[in-house]
Design a protein. Structure first.
Length: 134
C-alpha cells in the first residue's frame, strides 16, 4: 500500500526533459501547474506571463483565460507542457487533458508534438507532453 503511493506523481526522467528544453531553447514555458514551474526553475526558462498557478480552478473561475494564454504561447516561442493519456488498450493516443488550460484547436494548428514522458500517477493522466509552438 505505502509503496504504491510513494511513487505517485513522480517523474523519473526529469534530466531528459530538462535537456530537451535546453536544446530547444524556448522563450517561455506554459502548462500544467504540477510540473511546469519546476521545469522553468531548473531550465532557467521563464513562465509565460509569469503564470505559476495553472490549476483548473483558476480557469473555471475566470481568473485566468486558457484561450488567451494559448494564443500568447503560439505567438511567443513557447513550449507547452501538458498532461495527457495514452492507453493502447482503450485506443487513446496522445490525448491532452486539462481542457481549461488550453485552446486545443490552437495547439493542433500551431504546435507540434516534441516529446512525451511517462509519469506515475494515480489519476487518469499518465504522460507529460511537450509541444513546440514555434
Amino acid at each position: 500500500y505505502a509503496t504504491y503511493f510513494s511513487n505517485l506523481g513522480s517523474v523519473r526522467n526529469i534530466d531528459s526533459i530538462i535537456k530537451l528544453i535546453e536544446k530547444e531553447d524556448p522563450k517561455y514555458l506554459y502548462g500544467t501547474g504540477h510540473i511546469t514551474p519546476a521545469l522553468a526553475y531548473i531550465s532557467k526558462k521563464p513562465l509565460l506571463d509569469n503564470v505559476i498557478y495553472t490549476y483548473t480552478s483558476v480557469f473555471k473561475k475566470n481568473i485566468l483565460d486558457g484561450e488567451k494564454l494559448t494564443q500568447k504561447a503560439v505567438e511567443t516561442k513557447t513550449i507547452v507542457v501538458a498532461y495527457g493519456i495514452s492507453d493502447n488498450k482503450l485506443n487513446i493516443i496522445d490525448n491532452i487533458t486539462q481542457d481549461e488550460l488550453f485552446d486545443k484547436e490552437l495547439l493542433k494548428k500551431y504546435c507540434r508534438h516534441l516529446a512525451s514522458f511517462p509519469i506515475y500517477a494515480g489519476d487518469t493522466a499518465n504522460r507529460i507532453y511537450l509541444l513546440k509552438c514555434y
